[in-house]
Write a protein that binds this ligand. Structure first.
Ligand code: TYM
Length: 334
């Protein structure tokens, strides 16, 4: 029996991924890549919705791909490629935009948040149609599951709606995908502001743990993480959001259960607990960082791997797009 399809991606919107990307998505990807026919993209077209320096965007794209590989995604096993290398993405996004309601797109909370943050003048149309491009990414590959963090759930719901609408209007062209969200790690919070999601675009750097940060810097950020006055290492999302977030990170990186970590640090105070977590983070990120920097030292080889993976991706994507063009009635070029 052939394997089910898995699709996911990340924006190359910073020099490094943050621990939320790593725990919320990348760890799942790594664990699922054997059981699924997996496609992982670096979604550079999506990143264009924010202001970018062109040379920096190219560099961030390579850095994001290098971090996928360094974290354990194997480009000989999974298809790891750059979104803009497969032209079908932008083309299918156009077709899907013609069956997306204006109101439907207006309800996307990520768009509402971002447009509120930047103001109407700085909000571009690409930001508005961003979820339609994401739907195109997923639907081109006849995807069964989409492992993501909690913040992408609404976008995957829209993707499902568009797939069903297209299939019923024009005949079945798409598999209807499902988001898979690891509930306990679906949302990692900012270390300084533990009720806000940790994000690559956070205003302050102090609350964000970067995969490629110097280990000493990560350790310092953990030691300075916001906690509370209660003094006990106990999970309670409502009244102890800082400590709970640190426990989530600790558990995810060690594969341990939260209660066993609570037991270990019972009666020992936050200093000890944070030191323990800092050691875990340094031990986990150290090798990933080293491997990523090694890969980045040979950009030609990295580009070669990305190009051959893009060829593999394009084969699947082009077949879906050709079927869609046919179904909507575009005249075939002879
Ligand atoms: P992006 O680049 O913002 O984030 C990449 C992945 O990391 C997850 N994530 C988090 N998980 C837990 N806690 C956090 N604090 C945290 N921050 C980020 C995100 O949920 C995501 O899984 N629109 C997508 C990229 C995309 C995509 C796709 C994803 C484009 N096309 C197709 C899946 C399938 C995004 O901006 O992710």
């Amino acid at each position: 029996m052939s394997k089910s399809r898995l699709y996911s991606g990340m924006q190359p919107s910073a020099d490094s991924l943050q621990v939320g990307n790593y725990i919320g998505a990348l760890l799942q990807w790594r664990d699922l890549q054997d059981a699924y026919d997996a496609f992982f993209s670096v979604v550079d077209l999506h990143a264009l919705t924010q202001p970018n320096d062109p040379a920096e965007l190219r560099e961030k794209t390579r850095r994001t791909a290098a971090q996928y590989i360094a974290a354990g995604i194997e480009p000989s096993k999974s298809t790891l490629y750059v979104q803009s290398h497969v032209r079908a993405h932008a083309e299918l996004a156009w077709i899907l935009s013609t069956i997306t309601g204006f109101g439907e797109a207006s309800r996307m909370t990520q768009f509402k948040d971002k447009s509120a943050r930047y103001g109407t003048d700085a909000t571009n149309v690409g930001l508005f149609t961003y979820p339609v491009l994401m739907a195109a990414d997923i639907l081109l590959y006849q995807t069964d599951i989409v492992p993501v963090g909690d913040d992408q759930k609404q976008h995957v719901e829209l993707t499902r709606d568009l797939a069903e609408r297209f299939n019923s209007r024009y005949g079945t062209a798409f598999t209807v995908p499902m988001a898979t969200i690891q509930q306990d790690t679906a949302r990692i919070y900012d270390l300084q502001n533990p009720t806000a999601k940790m994000s690559k675009s956070a205003e302050s750097d102090a609350g964000v743990l970067w995969l490629l940060d110097d280990p000493a810097v990560s350790a310092k950020k953990i030691m300075r993480a916001v906690t509370d006055n209660d003094g006990s290492v106990r999970y309670d999302r409502e009244s102890k959001p800082g400590v709970s977030n640190l426990l989530t990170i600790y558990a995810a990186l060690t594969g341990r259960q939260v209660p066993s970590i609570e037991d270990e640090y019972a009666g020992r105070g936050y200093g000890d607990f944070k030191k323990g977590l800092a050691e875990v983070v340094v031990a986990e990120f150290g090798p990933v960082r080293e491997r990523a920097l090694e890969l980045l030292a040979d950009p030609a080889e990295l580009d070669r791997v990305l190009a051959s993976n893009a060829d593999r991706a394009a084969e699947v994507a082009d077949a879906t797009l050709a079927d869609v063009y046919d179904k909507v009635g575009l005249l075939r070029r002879r």
